[in-house]
Design a protein around this ligand. Structure first.
Ligand code: FES
Length: 504
């Protein structure tokens, strides 16, 4: 079979067999392309410019089969991503309860622990001192699975159809890479790490552990593993101390995963007196309502609209993304991440833009966009289809909140506080989120942003074994509601499709 040479951006060269898909070639060249739809030709995020002699054409890499030498320019690619590491933290006594850890203070001071939050889009890692729990170093990476599909369902399907363990392997590889990088940063050996903990949503949890995600994509969408577990890290290809352990936090149900258990631990839901609503908006939206007496949770397929997928000029929060939009002196103003040329719009910019357009009358409460496409900058616009995608995503979250309230017999006004967890919630304007009806307007003044609470819960779980057990107790207490099976979901979902009109 013939081999052909593909040169990306004039510098990265790779030889591939005739018939190789161009998107696969990009991945093989280590370019981590955007492929939100997993190569189905739907998301249009994998666009490249192919140069043939004096001719150039824009094509979708996933639709191109290589049959000749090629020169390719990758388009609309973002640089550094914003990854959230911080969170509200709480102190615990350092009692890891790991048998292999030395007992004397002097020896323990040279030992480390690590905590991971494996998100659909990003992986965050924390290296901690095993003696006093001090954070020695933090690091993060884009989840390498993102180049295969953006949302959890597409990713599970990719794994089932073509992955065969590949997605788990690349995540574990990235985790080992992060551990290596962090230990080098503080001049310790990777073998000095005696334990790691993992918080992840259900799909990421299954893929990481090498479990089949089949049960997650078929009704009634049950996880293959719910309970918390402690394993030997080496059995899962994590190269720390030979007797180092791996603590995996428990899932709750369906797509409410171990990341939510970690958030509930960090926020001490088992001690809360006040009725508290926690929302973690990502590629999936997890919603929890309750206090120490009763906790209800659900997840909504918000879809990856907030991550920029399915939005024509959408992108993740990275260099060049319009991240905030406002209305000043009769004009639309925007800010761009790292003050670069705008090349797209990320979720926080999208929510702001829609809130402003509603207030100015450019957009009707029904979602009808008077001038489509509407240009925010020279190149970045919103189309009618984009607005519909956002309506679907915001309605899914709003319906989830509504149904949890109804099931717990509470009104919105009975909610004492709203905690917004996760990266997207950290960057979005909660004012705009209320203005478009993503979060009930009456809760506007009760919102607190808590940062990466899942990462915080993972840290607590490795620093103190009792905290890990506590996470398991909290997770058991949560009553999970499968919205897809709730009779009223469709009606409530449709009710929330309309925007509300607030004043400028
Ligand atoms: S259109 Fe090519 S990956 Fe989505």
């Amino acid at each position: 079979m013939n081999e052909f040479k593909v040169v990306f951006n004039g510098k990265t060269e790779i030889s591939v067999k005739e018939g190789t898909n161009l998107l696969e070639a990009e991945r093989a060249a280590g370019l981590e392309p955007n492929a939100f739809c997993g190569g189905q030709g739907k998301c249009k995020k994998c666009k490249v410019k192919i140069i043939r002699g004096t001719q150039a054409s824009e094509e979708l890499a996933c639709r191109v089969t290589i049959t000749e030498d090629m020169e390719v320019e990758t388009l609309r690619r973002a640089g550094a991503y914003k990854i959230l590491m911080e969170s509200a933290s709480r102190n615990v006594e350092v009692k890891p309860g790991i048998p292999a850890l030395p007992e004397q203070k002097e020896a323990m001071e040279n030992c480390a622990l690590a905590a991971f939050d494996i998100g659909t889009t990003t992986i965050a890692a924390y290296l901690l001192n095993a003696y006093d729990g001090e954070i020695l170093a933090v690091g993060s990476k884009l989840n390498p699975q993102s180049q295969y599909a953006a949302d959890v369902i597409s990713r599970c399907n990719y794994e089932l159809e073509r992955g065969k363990g590949h997605l788990g392997k690349i995540v574990r590889g990235t985790m080992n890479g992060l551990l290596k990088h962090l230990t080098q940063k503080v001049s310790i050996k990777i073998e000095d790490i005696y334990g790691i903990s993992v918080a992840a949503n259900t799909a990421m949890h299954h893929l990481f552990l090498g479990l089949s995600p089949k049960s997650l994509v078929l009704a009634p969408y049950l996880p293959a593993m719910v309970k918390e577990h402690t394993f030997l890290a080496k059995d899962y290809d994590i190269h720390i101390h030979p007797e180092g352990i791996l603590r995996v936090l428990p899932n709750i149900g369906s797509f409410v995963g171990a990341d939510t258990s970690a958030c509930l631990l960090a926020l001490e839901f088992d001690k809360l007196e006040e009725l508290t609503l926690m929302i973690d908006i990502g590629t999936n939206g997890e919603i929890v309502l309750g206090n120490k007496d009763r906790i209800l949770a659900c997840s909504t397929a918000a879809g990856p609209a907030f991550e920029g997928a399915k939005i024509e000029c959408g992108m993740r929060g990275a260099d060049g993304a319009i991240d905030h939009v406002s209305w000043e002196n009769g004009q639309l103003k925007y800010t761009v991440i790292n003050e670069k040329e705008p090349i797209g719009i990320c979720g926080s910019g999208l929510i702001d833009a829609v809130a402003v357009m509603l207030q100015c009358g450019l957009l009707e409460p029904s979602g009808y966009l008077k001038h489509s496409p509407y240009y925010i900058s020279d190149k970045v616009y919103l189309s009618q289809k984009d607005i519909r995608e956002l309506q679907l995503a915001k309605s899914a979250i709003a319906a989830g909140i509504d149904i949890l309230c109804k099931k717990s017999g509470a009104d919105y006004k009975d909610i004492d506080k709203v905690l917004i967890a996760g990266a997207f919630g950290n960057y979005m304007s909660s004012e705009s989120a209320c203005d478009i009806g993503l979060i009930p307007l009456v809760l506007r003044k009760k919102i607190t942003v808590v940062g990466n609470a899942a990462g915080e819960g993972a840290k607590l779980s490795i620093l103190n074994k009792e905290e890990f057990n506590r996470a398991a107790k909290i997770a058991k207490k949560v009553k999970f509601m499968e919205l897809a099976l709730a009779a009223e979901f469709q009606d409530v979902f449709v009710e929330h499709m309309e925007f509300i009109k607030t004043e400028l």
